[in-house]
Design a protein around this ligand. Structure first.
Ligand code: ADP
Length: 617
């Protein structure tokens, strides 16, 4: 699926939230045609991205997969990577059930079986075909004689003591976003899903998939799906918020569990870091499946490359839609790639000029909407009405979402305020785009945008990637993100392919001079050397504290050297080790503390610059 700045979407197979969110944000489906061949900004693929495809991307083009980023999403690779990491880093990697890749490791499995039976134990195993998903082809067995497989499969020790709610087994679907592997930058969303089986859990019957498998694609066809099940209710999904409410009612202290889960996510991601080339303009969006056992210990079951974004029930809409909106904000995808971005910047800037109070413009309620529109309509000739409605819709959504989060997520709101503030304060009135009141061209005009700009503002830091005309640069000292009108104009022309005059050969992709652009710098100006602490409900898990120095040698290489990568992996694991240890000790010392107190203790102890990740309660 491709999206363009004048947003078109290609190859829609099923209606899902990814499409509707793009449409809500003013994107349109792309249809390939002659001269406009490269006129798209986002390629949303359900499969991984081969390096050869990546190399053809242009500076303004983004994709939801990182080359080689899908390795951990194959069950056999994941088992191999985690086992290898366990050998090197020890029991910090004990979060994956013991598993064997078949047919390669059949003899090891046999040896484990005989060792176990000699000790008089009888264990249960689960066999999962490597190339399948959604619970297909999975079965449980006790005797080796019952194991039969006709394709590559993984056999894993079955977790026999899952945490049950009302007698039903469940697992978690967590959303993880990796905008950069070099340097490693990991975000985890505060919301997610708890997915229930629809028959009560019982080890007496190993053949009933509805009591052992929690895949919702399977359970929505189960006989118990519509039943009002004990504690769980009808359906088979809860949000994490519901789950946390249940934990609270059941007096289950879950703070440490979530800290273990966040550690598990970073440790899993880092296991494939050394195989990932330096890349810019692409991100990974994973779905992590985690099972919790009765001792509140999390187990990683699987990492999904293209987590389902379909709309099966109300909970899906509550969780997935805001998550995608927040992810677009986090990645800065609308910025410089859409007409929306310019209008949004303008809108913020104009409000700021009028009120001098960014935070009030952030929190303004629905009644203030006409005010904002009036500001636009004062420049009626400059703004297309459909653009206004897109801006208005996006602003409305943002405000609604912020209001909802305000009470539960003060810090997230703060970070959002910051980003809006930074956009608007950095645009003095003289540099508001389009001071002549002319309309930024749309696709139908097909010519360059007539944005005028004043000369460069002197306070703009010059650390942008010189050959890619970034729209933003980071002012290291003040920590402010500044927008310069000239840069804005550049970005508008360079990153909106439909506005590029091809006869002047202004298209600049990742070839020739730009063959391997610094991976931390994106074509839309995002600089992942100093990643934001969070956006909406996305919370940065890594880096934990102030960003570490990045090795400049990596900037020009396709693959980081083995020693560089090993050093990076070691740093990450040791940071997570420190984090997990602190979490354990703090929780042990203060088991009755509230989430807020535990979080602030963690932040103080570790000097964290981002929030401690916890699902919303
Ligand atoms: P798929 O890709 O087919 O969804 P998963 O690895 O996610 O495969 O497994 C499907 C379901 O089987 C999980 O949602 C979980 O309920 C159950 N399951 C998988 N592995 C284990 C395990 N080792 N122990 C207990 N339950 C498991």
């Amino acid at each position: 699926t491709h999206f363009t700045c004048f947003h078109k979407l290609r190859r829609i197979v099923t209606a899902n939230f990814q499409r509707s969110v793009c449409v809500e944000r003013g994107w349109r489906e792309y249809s390939e045609c002659g001269v406009l061949r490269d006129s798209w900004n986002l390629w949303w693929r359900t499969t991984g991205l081969p390096l050869s495809h990546y190399k053809t991307l242009k500076t303004w083009q983004f994709t939801n997969h990182i080359p080689k980023g899908s390795s951990i999403c194959r069950k056999d690779n994941l088992a191999r990577y985690l086992r290898c990491m366990r050998k090197i880093y020890g029991n910090i990697y004990d979060f994956s059930p013991l598993g064997y890749n078949l047919p390669l490791e059949y003899t090891k499995l046999v040896a484990e079986f005989s060792r176990h039976s000699k000790n008089g134990g009888e264990s249960v195993w689960i066999c999962k075909p490597v190339g399948q998903s959604q619970g297909r082809g999975i079965f449980l067995f006790k005797d080796l004689g019952d194991l039969c497989y006709d394709s590559n499969a993984i056999v894993q020790r079955y977790i026999q003591n899952p945490l049950l709610i009302g007698g039903y087994k469940f697992d978690l679907r967590l959303y993880v976003c990796i905008p950069s592997y070099h340097p490693l930058t990991v975000y985890l969303y505060r919301e997610g899903l708890a997915r229930f089986s629809t028959d009560k859990f019982s080890m007496a019957d190993l053949t009933n998939p509805f009591c052992h498998l929690t895949n919702s694609s399977l359970n929505k066809w189960g006989p118990g799906y519509n039943e009002k099940k004990e504690r769980v209710g009808a359906g088979c999904k809860w949000s994490l918020k519901q789950l946390r409410r249940y934990f609270h009612q059941a007096k289950i202290s879950d703070w440490l569990l979530w800290q273990r889960i966040s550690a598990l996510v970073v440790l899993t991601v880092v296991s494939q870091l050394s195989g990932i080339p330096n890349t810019a303009n692409c991100f990974e969006f994973y779905g992590f499946d985690v099972l919790i056992d009765s001792s509140l210990r999390p187990w990683l079951l699987e990492v999904n490359l293209s987590p389902a974004l379909g709309n099966d029930c109300d909970i899906d809409a509550i969780v997935k839609k805001p998550m995608l909106h927040d992810m677009f904000d986090l990645l800065g995808l609308p910025m410089c790639n859409t007409g929306l971005s310019l209008f949004t910047i303008w809108s913020n800037s104009t409000s700021e000029n009028n009120s001098n109070d960014i935070s009030s413009s952030e929190n303004e309620d629905e009644e203030n909407e006409p005010q904002k529109l009036r500001l636009f309509s004062g420049r009626k000739e400059a703004i297309h009405s459909s653009a206004i409605s897109v801006v208005a819709a996006a602003s409305r959504w943002k405000r609604r979402h912020q209001q909802k989060n305000h009470t539960t997520n003060v810090s997230a709101t703060r970070s959002r305020k910051k980003s809006v503030c930074l956009q608007s304060t950095s645009l003095p009135s003289t540099t508001v785009p389009n001071p002549n009141g002319r309309k930024p061209r749309t696709r139908s005009t097909g010519t360059k945008t007539p944005i005028k700009s004043s000369s460069n503002s002197p306070n703009i830091a010059q650390n942008s990637y010189s050959t890619s005309s970034l729209a933003f640069s980071e002012d290291e000292e003040s920590g402010q993100r500044c927008i310069n009108a000239q840069m804005l104009q550049d970005s508008w022309t360079h990153y909106n392919p439909l506005l590029i005059d091809r006869s002047k050969n202004q298209v600049r992709g990742f070839h020739g001079q730009n063959k391997y652009p610094p991976p931390m710098l994106w074509g839309n100006g995002r600089d992942w050397r100093s990643p934001t602490a969070g956006e909406g409900n996305w919370v940065r898990l890594y880096p934990l504290g102030p960003t570490t120095q990045y090795h400049p040698a990596q900037e020009s290489q396709e693959l980081p050297s083995t020693t560089q990568a090993d050093r990076e992996v070691k740093n990450v694991v040791s940071a997570v080790h420190k984090y997990s240890k602190a979490a354990r000790e703090i929780f042990k010392r203060n088991p009755t503390f509230s989430d807020e107190l535990l979080n602030s203790e963690m932040k103080q102890t570790l000097g964290l610059t981002s929030d401690v990740w916890l699902p919303t309660k």
